[in-house]
Write a protein that binds this ligand. Structure first.
Ligand code: FE2
Length: 237
């Protein structure tokens, strides 16, 4: 059974499902794909979102889905967090705990599509220093971004946990770079980053099959275990 730590499963909140039925469709598709634990991570952009509105809306959508799961006795666990877009001064923000997964201090962080500077590295290290565990979302997107070496150093030194999208293992122009990152031991977790059953559906099973074929069973199991370990660590805090 798999754990999916990055998903846009909640409806009418970002570029994920528009209506509740589509959210349920994503849930069912995930279960068919072998997923038992899901973290709902709607986008959070400090420049365009009000924190309180975002927290309230996410809580409402999350409760709707949880109610559906419990009414129908569905065997799946869901936590809520956010996919937080990096912003200057993030490490000094008062909102980090609220934005972390299940208020655990584990934060899914998305970088901007712009050069990765030492300032960004300092902000990440500062968040670590303040007790946050940082998961960098879809790191394969930044391979060609100037300063990517900083990200590789952070991963190698264990300062961040790195996540790649399942879709990048399956096909597309990021596939080759994604394989290279895994070969270099730069990927800790695979997640779906699912948005809809048509656009980026949950395809963890296919991604793990590819990993097993190309890199072996141990590598696959390590990735599966790490995602579950992160989920459990968010439950406990
Ligand atoms: Fe995402």
């Amino acid at each position: 059974m798999f754990t999916d730590i990055h998903s846009h499963i909640l409806h009418n909140i970002d570029d994920g499902p528009e209506i509740f039925e589509q959210s349920v469709e994503l849930l069912n598709k995930s279960i068919q794909n072998g997923v038992q634990n899901i973290i709902a991570t709607p986008h959070f952009y400090a420049s365009r979102h009000s924190l309180n509105d975002r927290l309230q809306k996410t809580e409402e959508r999350y409760k709707e889905l949880i109610d559906h799961i419990s009414k129908n006795n569905i065997d799946v666990s869901i936590l809520k967090g956010f996919e937080v877009r990096y912003f200057d001064g993030i490490s000094h923000s008062d909102s980090l705990l609220e934005l972390s997964i299940n208020r655990s201090g584990v934060l899914l962080l998305e970088l901007e599509p712009s050069p990765i500077t030492e300032k960004i590295v300092d902000e990440i290290l500062n968040m670590n220093y303040c007790g946050y565990s940082i998961i960098l979302a879809h790191i394969e997107r930044y391979i060609k971004v100037p300063g990517f070496k900083h990200i590789k150093n952070l991963i190698a030194e264990g300062e961040v946990i790195s996540q790649c999208n399942a879709s990048s293992f399956i096909s597309g122009f990021l596939q080759r770079g994604t394989f290279k990152l895994l070969k270099e031991n730069m990927i800790s977790i695979i997640a779906s980053d699912m948005h809809s059953v048509d656009d980026r559906p949950p395809r963890l099973k296919e991604a793990y099959e590819i990993v097993e074929r190309k890199f072996g069973l141990n590598v696959k199991n390590k990735l599966i275990f790490k995602a579950e370990e992160i989920f459990n660590s968010c439950l406990e805090k």
